[in-house]
Design a protein around this ligand. Structure first.
Ligand code: PLP
Length: 403
C-alpha cells in the first residue's frame, strides 16, 4: 500500500514501547490515540488563549469564545449538521443520550414504548431504562441474529404506534456491525417515533451526514475520533432542541434569572450549563480538521482490508472462533479461543506489546444473547497497518502455548 497512507507517524504514542516491545495498538474502539495536531491545539489554547467563554469583556475571553465556536462549526460540519446551533457540546456520547432521555421524560407515559436493540452499548440502554422508570413507559429490545446483526423482521414487528422513540447504535462497539440506520430511522418516523442514533463508533469509520440520515438526534464522542476525552457532541434537530427542556441548570444556559423564574438561553447554550470544556472543544475541532485533511476514503479502504485480513488470518488458528460475523462491519474483530479465558489472552498479548480489549465491552445483553461470557476484541483505526495484523496473529498463536 502507498507509503503516503501511513499516518502512524502523526501519533507520537505509537512510537513507544510497551513491556519492552513495540506497541501494537488495537484498542481504538475503546479510545483512539491522538495526533500531534490535536495535542498541539490543546497546548496552544492553554498557552495563548485561555479564558472563560461568552462573557467577553476582554481580548482573551473573545479569543477563547471564538475558538470554541469555531470548533463547534467544524464538528457540526464533520457530521453534516447544516447549522452549528444544532450541535451541543457534551461530555461524550453517554451524556448526549442521557440529555435526550432526561428531556423526553414528560413526553412519555404508561402505554408508550422505547425501542432499542440487543446490540447496544450500555450507554444506549441504561438511560432509556431510567427514562422508562421515571415515565412509566416500557423498554423493548429488538433481537439480534447469531451473526450479530439486527433482526429486521423483529424490529418491524416491535415498531408500532405506541413506540415513541427508537434508539440504535450506528456501529456496534463489540462486533463492528454497521446497522442500516437510514432505513430504520425512516421506519421509525413512519410510525411517528423519534429516532436517536448512537454514533460513538461510527464517525471515524463512515461518512456521517445527519441531514441525509434524517435522524432526530445523533450522539458521539471526540475521543473515538482522534480528539480528547471528556468532550463529545449531540446533534439535535433545531425544532426539537427548541422544545426540549434543559438538562442541567446553571450559568451559560440562561437569558434572564430572577428568584421566581428563569428564561432559558437559545439552543445549543440552553443545554450547556456551566463553564464548558473549552480546551476539549478546541481539541475536538482540531481532530475534525485532522480528519478533514486525510485521504479518508483511501484510508478506510485500507482499514477495511486490514479487518478482512485479520478475520481470514485469525480463522486459520485452530480452536479460534469468531463471535459475530456481520456482513457489513468496520474496525472490530471479536473472537474466542477454546480453553482460554479472554482475560488471559488480554494479559498474554499485552506482554507482547499488543493492546486489545477483553470482556463484555459494555454490551452485557449482547453477550448473553450470543451465549458468550465476553470476547477478545481487536479494533483497528486509520493508523494501523498489515504488520499490526500479523503481530496480532503471531501474538495469539504464542499466547495459546501458555493457556
Ligand atoms: N456507544 C457506543 C457504541 C460506544 O462504543 C461507547 C463507548 O465505548 C459509547 C456509546 C459511550 O461513549 P462515551 O464513553 O465516550 O460516552
Amino acid at each position: 500500500m502507498a507509503a503516503s497512507l501511513d499516518i502512524s507517524g502523526d501519533f507520537p504514542i505509537l512510537a513507544r514501547q510497551v513491556n519492552g516491545q513495540p506497541l501494537t495498538y488495537l484498542d481504538s474502539a475503546a479510545t483512539t490515540q491522538k495526533p500531534q495536531a490535536v495535542i498541539d491545539a490543546i497546548r496552544h489554547y492553554y498557552e495563548r488563549r485561555n479564558a472563560n467563554v461568552h462573557r467577553a469583556a476582554h481580548a482573551l475571553a473573545e479569543e477563547a469564545t471564538a475558538a470554541m465556536e469555531d470548533a463547534r462549526a467544524k464538528v457540526a460540519a464533520l457530521v453534516g449538521a447544516g447549522d452549528a446551533r444544532e450541535l451541543i457540546f457534551t461530555r461524550g456520547a453517554t451524556e448526549g443520550i442521557n440529555l435526550v432521555a432526561a428531556g423526553l421524560t414528560d413526553r412519555l407515559g404508561p402505554g408508550d414504548e422505547v425501542l432499542i436493540t440487543e446490540l447496544e452499548h450500555h450507554s444506549n440502554i441504561v438511560p432509556w431504562q431510567m427514562l422508562c422508570q421515571r415515565s412509566g413507559a416500557a423498554l423493548v429490545a429488538c433481537r439480534v441474529t447469531a451473526t450479530g446483526e439486527i433482526d429486521l423482521s423483529d424490529f418491524h414487528a416491535k415498531l408500532r404506534p405506541r413506540t415513541k422513540l427508537v434508539a440504535i447504535g450506528h456501529v456496534s462497539n463489540a462486533l463492528g456491525t454497521v446497522n442500516p440506520v437510514a432505513a430504520l430511522i425512516e421506519a421509525a418516523h413512519a410510525q411517528g417515533a423519534l429516532a436517536l442514533i448512537d454514533g460513538a463508533q461510527a464517525v471515524q469509520h463512515l461518512d456521517v451526514d445527519v441531514g441525509r440520515l434524517g435522524c432526530d438526534f445523533y450522539a458521539f464522542s471526540a475521543h473515538k475520533l482522534f480528539g480528547p476525552t471528556g468532550i463529545g457532541a449531540l446533534y439535535g434537530r433545531a425544532a426539537l432542541l427548541e422544545e426540549l427542556p434543559p438538562y442541567q441548570g446553571g450559568g451559560e444556559m440562561i437569558e434572564h434569572v430572577s428568584i421566581e423564574r428563569t428564561i432559558y438561553n437559545q439552543p445549543p447554550y440552553k443545554f450547556e450549563a456551566g463553564t464548558p470544556n473549552i480546551a476539549g472543544a478546541v481539541g475536538f475541532g482540531a481532530a475534525a480538521d485532522y480528519l478533514a485533511g486525510l485521504p479518508r476514503q483511501a484510508l478506510r479502504d485500507r482499514e477495511a482490508a486490514l479487518v478482512s485480513q485479520a478475520v481470514s488470518r485469525l480463522k486459520q488458528i485452530p480452536g479460534l472462533r469468531m463471535v459475530g460475523e456481520p456482513r457489513e462491519r468496520v474496525s472490530v474483530v471479536s473472537f474466542l479461543v477454546d480453553g482460554g479465558h479472554p482475560h488471559d489472552f488480554g494479559t498474554l498479548l499485552d506482554q507482547q506489546g499488543i493492546a486489545v480489549r477483553t470482556g463484555h465491552h459494555c454490551a452485557m445483553p449482547l453477550m448473553e444473547r450470543l451465549g458468550v461470557p465476553g470476547t477478545i476484541r481487536a479494533s483497528f483505526a486509520l493508523y494501523n497497518s498489515p504488520a499490526d495484523v500479523e503481530r496480532l496473529v503471531a501474538g495469539v498463536e504464542k499466547a495459546i502455548e501458555f493457556v
